[in-house]
Design a protein around this ligand. Structure first.
Ligand code: NAD
Ligand code: IPM
Ligand code: MN
Length: 352
């Protein structure tokens, strides 16, 4: 028997709704196997902050670190809620976890499944993965404002890119490309304007490329990359990019592949020093929260990524196949969150 300690952070809005379905499918995928998930729920997010004034305490962080992996729904309150003005849940919780647990690879696969309507007229075969850097860039909080609130205000938000940080994520992306049939890597940046960071990323890709002669390398400026994601997404295999570009590109990637409700992700600490964290790409969706209509597929797909990360390939494939077969039969029927979860769970182990 293998016991996996799983920290579960349902979070806010639709987070708990979709995580409930993801756990339902995890149960179905592990029932009758030697794989046991010992779950610890963590009440974290905007709701917890409103109750206790706490975002993520040192005790929370230490307790989470003692787990093998993390499943997160989504965090963040209703934008503009004045009671949240003093807190920044996204930075203080989500980014703090990604930074403290050294999640330097933010893995965001995009597949246009059979049977899914893309908003694109002729998308072709869409199957790529964005390897988004997770611990640097403009996300680090290296900034500040002076004369705030005056007409002379200056606000800086510095993008931090280190040789160490860029090289490790680029090497991971090359290895991922090398393992895929098409073996193609596209660096996305903005080297024509962001010359210092751009130069570091470009040189690093050129250097690491020498170690992966089987991988073909391409480069696109991020603005052009958004064009090709819409006009010719099939050209992409592995995209490696910085934290902010990767954030933006992966919402677009979700939209072209059937909607953000399908987009799964993993925040990976490849060294295995810290637990990796799996979550849908989407947020807490306050506009549909509480209605029971959120699509849980992204959260369920995140469970598949979690199982793959743990090396539980058979269980992972079971979940992936159940998702794919449900999606293929979905049509445009409106279903509730739990109907989708039930349908996917029911397809586990019945490959027909
Ligand atoms: P969002 O992803 O929550 O919602 C964008 C749109 O997509 C909304 O119309 C929403 O209804 C729809 N949507 C999202 N998930 C869906 C699903 N599973 N099924 C069907 N429709 C879905 O983005 P937002 O509105 O910009 O952010 C809302 C809050 O979530 C903010 O506080 C934001 O900071 C936070 N956020 C958190 C995370 C995270 O925890 N990982 C990620 C993104 C945003
Ligand atoms: C995501 C989210 C987060 C990000 C926010 C909520 C901090 O948009 O996971 O894509 O920008 O990384
Ligand atoms: Mn995002």
């Amino acid at each position: 028997v293998r016991t996996v300690k799983l920290a579960v952070i349902p979070g806010d809005g639709i987070g708990p709704e979709v995580v409930g379905e993801a756990l339902k499918v995890l149960d179905a995928a592990t029932a009758g196997t030697d794989l046991v998930f010992e779950q610890t729920p963590f009440s974290l997010g905007a709701a917890r902050y409103l109750e206790t004034g706490e975002v993520l305490t040192d005790e929370d962080l230490e307790a989470i670190k003692a787990h093998d992996a993390i499943l997160l729904g989504a965090v963040g309150g209703v934008p503009g809620d004045p009671r949240l003005a003093g807190a920044n849940i996204e930075r203080g919780l989500l980014l703090k976890l990604r930074f403290s647990l050294d999640h330097y690879v933010n893995l965001r696969p995009t597949v246009l499944h059979e049977g899914v309507a893309s908003p694109l007229a002729s998308p072709g075969e869409v199957d790529f993965v964005v390897v988004r850097e997770g611990t640097e860039g403009p996300y680090v909080g290296n900034g500040g404002a002076i004369r705030q609130g005056t007409p002379a205000e200056v606000a800086n938000e510095v993008s931090v890119n280190t040789a160490y940080g860029v090289e490790r994520v680029v090497r991971y992306a090359f290895a991922a490309a090398s393992d895929r049939p098409r073996k193609k890597l596209t660096l996305v940046h903005k080297t024509n304007v962001l010359v210092f960071a751009g130069s570091l990323w470009k040189r690093t890709v050129d250097e690491v490329a020498a170690e992966f002669p089987d991988v073909s390398v391409d480069y696109l400026h991020v603005d052009a990359a958004t064009i090709f994601l819409v006009t010719d997404p099939a050209r992409f295999d592995v995209i490696v990019t910085d934290n902010l570009f990767g954030d933006i590109l992966t919402d677009l990637a979700g939209a072209i592949s059937g909607g953000i409700g399908l987009a799964a992700s993993g925040n990976i600490n490849p060294d295995g020093r810290f637990p990796s964290m799996f979550e849908p790409v989407h947020g807490s969706a306050p506009d549909i929260a509480g209605k029971g209509i959120a699509d849980p597929t992204a959260a369920i797909g995140s469970v598949a990524l979690l199982l793959r990360h743990l090396g539980e390939t058979e269980a992972a494939v079971g979940v992936e196949q159940a998702i794919a077969s449900d999606i293929a039969d979905r049509g445009d029927r409106a279903r509730t969150t739990s109907e989708v979860g039930d349908a996917i769970a029911a397809r586990i182990g019945s490959h027909d």
